[in-house]
Design a protein around this ligand. Structure first.
Ligand code: G4P
Length: 531
């Protein structure tokens, strides 16, 4: 198969949003348009329930579901669309961040009633950091929300990205009738349809179309033309290069639930979103068209069922062609591996794949060889950048509740943290184990899994810290001095990098001022420079 052709027809992206903005609904509608599912509900019926319950069944359910929906691929007009799922619950933020390292672009969903919310801000920060191209879908226009003019303002201010309206809503709330595409100058009038996708009621470029008035009403039509005039005067026309470099986000309005504006979004996405491009590794820039395979693991899923201890490592292919049963080189373990049943994911179905291409994600079954960030190649020593750990905001000490199972506990904690479930820090003296996460629920998951998979019992004791920062410096003396003076608040990560735990943002600032030659990092990206 022609590698070049396969790469050019791939679009790998993630839909991101604050919980409840409509990510699942939009995903479903895209799958419906793509013919990957037949009625709405397939993703949703399995949907991760948004609750902070610590019920174990709940956790198991969530984990099972997130494997099923980890990657949803479908073909639309001969384009292979790979949607990578980003767990929306705030307890899974770390996973969400890391998924963003495996995509070529994102669609950000905003609820027009709520505007920009906390998680959106955080996710957008990661996109900005990586210059990921972003399209924005303003959802729920069937509700009375913030006026689109005000939303434009809010988006630019809060998300710190220039926006460029690509479609414009015709009315809002109960008066919401459809969208106007500013680029092909087409009006699309819709009828609400929750479970299926249907053609629009009217599609026309003729602004004097006789039916237009009857659908929209004379007054609303006048408002629409005024608004469009205003938008055209206010905004530069859409520039695809600025979008692809992550400086401008084209903006779409609609209602995912009712099918308004989703097709406009999908069609434009297929036209403008980038296909897999170059990815920077520590050693060099990797071009997707290179013949030799490279790829990295961005997510690992363990099976909670003790009878099936296998894990799935999700690998994004960066270059070359992946083939089943071929030997590849695991660059960290420095060993050859081959995979007899690599899995691809089409909507809710898992299939064994014989080959896969850059932009694709394959699920690799393994006992415990993989860690987040591991790289496969065809022999080259290469490590991909940008699978950082983010600074954990909750830190707790592991307390062993069964001294006869100390070894099992050690092993379990190491393996679970290798999966990226949480981060492990060791503090001396006494080899105290401190686990850092970005969400409370992870502690329940870890405790449960330690008990059921490793037979070890533990509890967690609260620590007074709110943030961990990695430390680097050229001034060894200053670092030694710092480590001595702050010994109760410093520890080492698994690769022996020093880490400082702050009790408050204020304290972090004070310490930074007192030790100006030490750099405090909030992601582990700095490690890549050390290789
Ligand atoms: P999420 O994945 O981002 O968390 O959001 P999700 O799609 O689950 O949507 C959250 C809620 O918002 C759902 O309602 C969904 O039906 C609703 N919703 C999504 N798109 C629209 C829209 O365009 N207009 C309106 N009015 N609502 C929308 P729910 O009551 O929480 O769930 P359900 O009972 O409908 O499943």
């Amino acid at each position: 198969m022609d590698l070049k052709k396969e790469i050019k027809r791939r679009r790998t992206f993630a839909i991101i949003s604050h919980p409840d903005a409509g990510k699942t609904t939009l995903t479903e509608k895209l799958l419906l348009y793509g013919g990957a599912i037949q009625t709405a509900g397939a993703v949703k019926s399995n949907k991760i329930k948004k609750t902070t319950t610590s019920d174990f069944m709940e956790i198991e359910n969530q984990r099972g579901i997130s494997v099923a929906t980890s990657v949803m691929a479908f073909d639309f007009n001969d384009i292979r669309v790979n949607i990578l799922d980003t767990p929306g619950h705030k307890d899974f933020a770390e996973d969400t961040y890391r998924t963003l390292t495996a995509v070529d672009s994102v669609i950000l969903v905003i609820d027009c009633v709520k505007g920009v919310e906390e998680q959106t801000r955080k996710l957008m920060e990661v996109c900005r950091m990586r210059h990921t191209p972003v399209m924005i879908f303003i959802n729920k226009l069937d509700r009375e929300g913030i006026h689109p003019y005000d939303l434009l303002d809010e988006l630019e201010k809060e998300l710190k990205i220039a926006v460029c309206p690509y479609t414009w809503p015709i009315g809002m709330g109960r008066q919401f009738k459809g969208v106007y595409n500013l680029y092909n100058t087409e009006v699309n009038i819709y009828a609400p349809e929750k479970n299926y996708v249907a053609d629009s009621l009217l599609k026309t470029k003729d602004i004097n179309h006789p039916e237009l008035k009857s659908f929209i009403g004379e007054e609303s039509l006048k408002v629409l033309w005024d608004e469009i005039e205003f938008i055209k005067n206010m905004f530069e026309s859409f520039n695809i290069d600025l979008y692809r470099d992550g400086y401008v986000a084209p903006l779409f309005f609609g209602s995912a639930l009712n099918n308004f504006g989703v097709l406009e979004l999908l069609e434009t996405f297929l036209q403008i979103a980038p296909c897999p491009g170059e990815i920077t590794a520590s050693e060099r820039v990797v071009n997707p068209y290179e013949e030799q395979l490279t790829g990295f693991v961005f997510k690992i899923h363990a099976n909670l069922d003790p009878n099936h201890r296998d894990r799935i490592a999700f690998m994004r292919i960066c270059s070359g062609k992946f083939e089943r049963n071929k030997f590849y080189f695991h660059t960290r373990a420095e060993k050859k591996m081959r995979f007899s049943s690599p899995t691809s994911f089409m909507a809710n179905n898992k299939n064994i794949v014989d080959e896969a291409f850059p932009g694709d994600v394959v699920g690799l079954y393994d006992a415990d060889t993989f860690k987040i960030g591991d790289t496969l190649s065809e022999g080259e020593m290469i490590h991909f950048k940008g699978v950082p750990s983010f600074s954990p905001e909750i830190l707790r000490e592991v307390v062993n509740r069964d001294p006869f199972k100390t070894k099992q506990l050690e092993k379990g904690v190491r393996q679970l943290t290798d999966e990226g479930v949480a981060q492990l820090f060791l503090q001396q003296p006494g080899n105290r184990k401190i686990i850092g996460t970005v969400g409370e629920l992870q502690y329940e998951v870890i405790k449960f899994r330690l008990e059921h998979e490793y037979g070890a019992k533990c509890t967690f004791s609260q620590l007074p810290f709110v943030k961990a920062s990695w430390l680097t410096t050229d001034d060894k003396k200053a670092l030694d001095d710092f480590m001595l003076r702050k010994s109760s608040a410093v520890a080492f990560d698994k690769e022996d990098n020093p880490v400082f735990f702050a009790e408050s943002e204020w304290m972090l600032r004070t310490v930074k001022e007192a030790f100006p030659t030490i750099t405090f990092h909030s992601t582990s990206d700095f490690k890549l420079g050390k290789k």
